[in-house]
Design a protein around this ligand. Structure first.
Ligand SMILES: *[C@@H]1O[C@H](CO)[C@@H](O)[C@H](O)[C@H]1NC(C)=O
Ligand SMILES: *[C@@H]1O[C@H](CO)[C@@H](O)[C@H](O)[C@H]1NC(C)=O
Ligand SMILES: *[C@@H]1O[C@H](CO)[C@@H](O)[C@H](O)[C@H]1NC(C)=O
Length: 314
């Protein structure tokens, strides 16, 4: 692995928890490259979703994943009536794992539809929750805006006052509190999630993880303040010029190296289950979650991720 080129920018007027740095690109994942960087996890859903995760051969033969040029698509089946075994869908996990890093996700479309529960996140599945979890993009049933959340073991919490544009939710990151709610930040931009995100042509999500903070940014496609190095997806980024993060998790009461180990990036699309299913009744969606997902394949034609690229910087 390449040595990290990591230099703190000395801007004393910015709080230490949001100090950025310069990073060099270590991976440029585009189109067919997704097949090299990710493996397909044909596993049972640990969150009890109405989903059947398929392996790579099945995903390719059923066109649930598709790569061409600068496009990678992963989606759920939208042609079959399904049943208790769940709607076929895809869950992919990077072969590489990351400690301190920056990742920029250029997303053109995200899954939408009643019953959907898509996520872009980072964790160490074999060592959960001890290895930590960062949910970069997550939501259910097309509702509301995106939520960014950390989940850890006991002893990591966030201060109420932070330098961020989002709104702090629960401050304790401990997975054992309130049914694994975690310490979340609500993104105050409607176009950060679901149908509004898609109508707007998507946008960019970015995470910067250091030993002293984790920051997450979201820029809608048409925003005037998208940093040039994010927009171009080039060979270097300077997070010090990215402005106030959407979500800021400082190390005030959380020693990051002891709560987070090397995490993989996981992208998954499940249905119903512990979150989307639990709140389905109040979502304005028809029928019951499982029944809707089983019997309405055409409602899932927009249940897909489309990526322009994922760039990793060290
Ligand atoms: C999908 O992603 C979410 C991330 O928040 C995770 O909680 C859930 O366990 C994942 N589902 C599966 C089946 O991996
Ligand atoms: C597979 O999906 C892509 C992208 O949606 C589409 O352009 C292509 O026609 C599909 N291929 C088949 C065989 O359906
Ligand atoms: C946060 O980071 C600073 C700078 O490295 C360090 O001195 C401090 O002990 C850290 N705080 C915690 C709670 O780990």
């Amino acid at each position: 692995m390449k040595a990290a080129s990591f230099a703190f920018v000395a801007i004393s007027s910015i709080a230490p928890s949001v100090l950025g740095g310069t990073y060099s690109r270590s991976e440029n994942i585009v189109g067919q490259g997704f097949y090299n960087s990710f493996n397909f996890e044909a596993i049972g859903d640990p969150t009890n979703g109405r989903v059947q995760y398929v392996d790579r051969a099945t995903a390719m033969s059923r066109n649930l994943t598709f790569a061409s040029g600068n496009t990678f698509i992963m989606r759920a089946d939208s042609t079959s009536v399904t049943g208790a075994s769940g709607r076929p869908s895809v869950r992919i996990r990077t072969n590489n794992a990351y400690t301190t890093h920056v990742a920029v996700f250029d997303v053109a479309h995200m899954p939408q539809g009643c019953g959907t529960w898509p996520a872009i996140w980072e964790t160490d599945e074999a060592n959960w929750p001890r290895g930590g979890e960062v949910d970069i993009l997550e939501g259910v049933n097309d509702q509301g805006s995106n939520q960014v959340t950390l989940h850890t073991t006991s002893g990591c919490s966030m201060p109420a006052s932070r330098t961020q544009t989002g709104t702090s939710l629960q401050l304790d990151c401990n997975w054992a509190i309130n049914g694994n709610t975690g310490c979340g930040v609500r993104v105050n931009t409607a176009s950060s999630y679901g149908p509004s995100f898609n109508a707007n042509g998507g946008g960019w999500f970015a995470i910067e993880r250091t030993n002293t903070f984790i920051n997450v940014w979201f820029w809608p496609r048409n925003a005037g303040n998208v940093p040039a190095d994010v927009r171009s997806g080039g060979t270097a980024v300077n997070t010090g010029s990215w402005g106030t993060p959407t979500a800021n998790f400082p190390n005030t009461s959380c020693n990051f190296p002891s709560f987070f180990d090397a995490n993989n990036i996981i992208i998954n699309l499940t249905f119903c289950g512990d979150w989307a299913g639990a709140v389905y009744g109040s979502s304005g969606c028809p029928s019951t979650c499982n029944n809707f997902v089983d019997n309405n394949p055409s409602a899932f034609t927009n249940a897909y991720f489309q990526f322009n690229s994922i760039n990793i910087y060290k």
